[in-house]
Design a protein around this ligand. Structure first.
Ligand code: FMN
Length: 191
């Protein structure tokens, strides 16, 4: 698959099954991620792969964080939402959390370091597509929750930029490759 084919064919697939990328394939995906443009080559991106047992353990973190957010805002927890937080990582056999750790550089602001982690995430998804895997980038309230960050050893000022769900598309799922119209996207500069 060419690079352009991988870019066009990358589509979000909500439920993924085994096999997940492991071994050399996972290494290839993470190396592609770490090859992203990175102002100052500060290497601010971090990758946390979660497979079955780790998904269960991190699901408990997400559940407790949800309950704590409810308590903080005086909301009654919703049983279905609570269960979803506990189990949602299971929508794919592998989830890679991509974070940006502030390298506290004098010249390069954290927003640009975060941008590098976002670029790393996209590289990971394109590489996964090129290797024949399905994927989906998800975020939601947990990415801004200091308790979830702390579970990863991150500080409040660091960022979780995405939960990358990786696996294999179920049989029968066909995705439509991207072929976007550009008409509304061009912002001409008129001299
Ligand atoms: C930063 C970011 C966060 C996202 N978070 C979610 C999410 O929490 N839930 C979700 O269903 N999709 C999420 N998505 C996926 C988008 O909804 C999806 O990419 C978009 O619908 C386009 O579809 P495609 O990925 O098939 O091109 C996210 C995408 C990005 C870039």
């Amino acid at each position: 698959m060419t690079a352009l084919d991988a870019i066009r064919n990358r589509r979000s697939i909500g439920r993924l099954k085994e096999p997940a990328p492991t071994g050399d394939d996972l290494t290839t995906i993470l190396k592609a991620a770490a090859s992203a443009p990175d102002h100052g080559e500060l290497r601010p991106f971090r990758f946390t792969p979660l497979d079955g047992p780790a998904q269960d353990a991190f699901g408990a973190v997400l559940e407790q964080a949800y309950l704590a957010r409810c308590a903080e805002s005086g909301r009654e927890p919703d049983e279905k939402k609570q269960a979803k937080e506990r189990t949602k990582l299971g929508r794919a056999p592998l989830v890679v959390i991509v974070s940006a750790v502030d390298q506290e550089d004098e010249k390069i602001p954290f927003v640009e370091q975060r941008d590098a982690a976002v670029a790393a995430s996209q590289n990971a998804l394109i590489a996964a597509t090129a290797l024949g895997y399905g994927s989906m980038w998800r975020t939601g309230a947990p990415v801004d929750d200091p308790r979830v960050k702390a579970a990863l050893g991150l500080r409040d000022k660091d960022a979780i930029v995405g939960f990358l769900y990786l696996g294999t598309a179920p049989e029968g799922i066909t995705v439509t490759p991207h072929d976007p119209e550009l008409d509304d996207l061009l912002l001409p500069f008129n001299t």
